[in-house]
Design a protein around this ligand. Sequence first.
Ligand SMILES: [Zn+2]
Length: 259
Amino acid sequence: MIIDSHCHLNLFSSPPISFSMPDLPTFNLEVPSCFITMSTIPSDWQVQIELTQRFRHVYCALGIHPWYVNSSSFKHLLTLEALMATNSVVALGEIGLDFSPPYKENRMLQLEVFSQQLNLASCVGKPVSIHVIKAHNEMLSLLSTVSANGVIHGLGASKEIIKRYIDLGFKIGVNGVILRENSRRYHELVICFGLENLVLETDFPHVKIDSLNPPKLGDILLVANKMASLLNISLEEVLNQVVQNTHKIFNLNGTLDDK
Ligand SMILES: [Zn+2]
């Protein structure tokens, strides 16, 4: 079993990715797979829930991504709260803070919308899948004030900062960047933090491994294989531990039978 802890399956049918919805159950993967599909805007939410109803091993996370917060976000948070009662909604995501240009213009609104989503996660006891860029101090201080856990997706920070997220109980998402030729720093982080702190993700269709091929869901197996070779262990060991980490964070055992 392999679990993609962060992908955007609703973008499957969008150009330039030429898959169609009926392809979804197999995904052309060689091992049984499970997917947690992320939302970025309120109009995604119903589509994501429909995907979880069509496909047994698809779960979803609902939320408002920091790039898309605006003054209407607050009214959508009421709908979000109601939807969190759906069994196949296993997390809030993709949510977070991004203070890189041009998004930092929206800094105050991002902080407010993220805080409310984080509090909601804490109230309903569901984890979060977090996007954080150039806002680690603010993120760490907000996370230390609530009882929320989850995943920092994309492994994009220094060793010291990642360690602080891990100390707060978070796992770190590793994606196709690990496969790029110039990703030595990324490799060092994977070796430093080891299997018990990591989960796998594709962030499909956003992460390209090279300039020749379009992103694929099957890239997740390549990521797992690369992790195995960096850590000098078998693919099976990687899959076992990472699946365990992902189940623990997203509580998938409890929801599989209830869906
Ligand atoms: Zn994403």
